[in-house]
Design a protein around this ligand. Sequence first.
Ligand SMILES: NC(=O)c1ccc[n+]([C@@H]2O[C@H](COP(=O)([O-])OP(=O)(O)OC[C@H]3O[C@@H](n4cnc5c(N)ncnc54)[C@H](O)[C@@H]3O)[C@@H](O)[C@H]2O)c1
Length: 317
Amino acid sequence: MKIIVTGGAGFIGCHLSRKLVEEGNEVLVIDALHPYYSKKRKIDQLTYIGEAGTFRYEEKNLLDDEEEVQKIFLEFQADCVVHLAALPGVSYSLEAPGQYVDYDVKATVNVLKFSGESNVKHVLYASSSSVYGEQANEPLSEDMAAGKVISPYAAAKYGAEAFCHAFASMYQYDMTILRFFTVYGPWGRPDMAITKFIERILNGEEITVFGNRTSRDYTYIDDIIEGISAAIQKARGTNIINLGSSMPVSIEDLLAALAKHFPEMKIQQAGFRQGDVTSTWADTTKAKELLDYRAKVPFEEGLARTVKWAVDYYGKE
Ligand SMILES: NC(=O)c1ccc[n+]([C@@H]2O[C@H](COP(=O)([O-])OP(=O)(O)OC[C@H]3O[C@@H](n4cnc5c(N)ncnc54)[C@H](O)[C@@H]3O)[C@@H](O)[C@H]2O)c1
């Protein structure tokens, strides 16, 4: 299959692209190496994909290089597009909300339009559990998002979902909106809790914990990649599908699990951060029904693999 992965040099993108290359697909990665986090890290992530085999890479910005990207889409004639490129992160979206309109909404509109113009059959969009906003601590099913979000990042993701529906209707391609729940693992994004905590501990620094009694449906990267692969193969028509582990972990349990690896770690407690929801918990019934998806990696196992990766990676720096 010919597949375009936007944001392929990112955390989720490098794992997905590597798997697609391993499976023998013709993969085209489009990524601008945005400085939201280190360019070196993104180049290392591209190298990680390349270890699996050959793939095409275009260093282009979906916004600034609009015309060139449009030409690349028309020339490549992909069967399927997985649109992962975005400016991520809830906190930064409170500082720079306008950038999220550009990077998470306008860039998505370009991808949806270029996909339609180049006769792509299936577009998959990376949405987020943040679209559910602040809700009771219970499993969140896909119909429970009503636009009542609490951060500009989540607003942009919810808005982009609406554009996905509009363009699927205009161009009649299959449209799969995947709502990922807090993804962690090797190459984990350096601004996210687990990676940030481990990096700081390895540097002998204190970790800062925001709020208490919060919980996240931490989902191991391999499970997310299995879910995206299954969606590429099996999802038809227009669907919104949660991809999570359905096993939320409280911040207290996360810290206890980390302390088993790093008994000497030091914690500084801070207040709740604006924009962060208290809890997330995925209802994955639909993913089971449509994709035969089941998260397989237990949290302690996923954390152990992540710690091992971080010790190897940061140890070499
Ligand atoms: N990691 C998670 O827990 C999580 C949870 C929910 C949703 N998501 C979504 O999944 C997707 C991937 O997330 P990630 O954690 O891998 O983030 P990431 O930042 O590691 O990857 C995103 C990539 O997109 C690229 N990019 C951004 N804007 C671009 C543009 N205009 N043109 C070209 N490239 C651009 C960046 O350079 C980066 O490499 C994002 O859409 C994110 O919102 C992630």
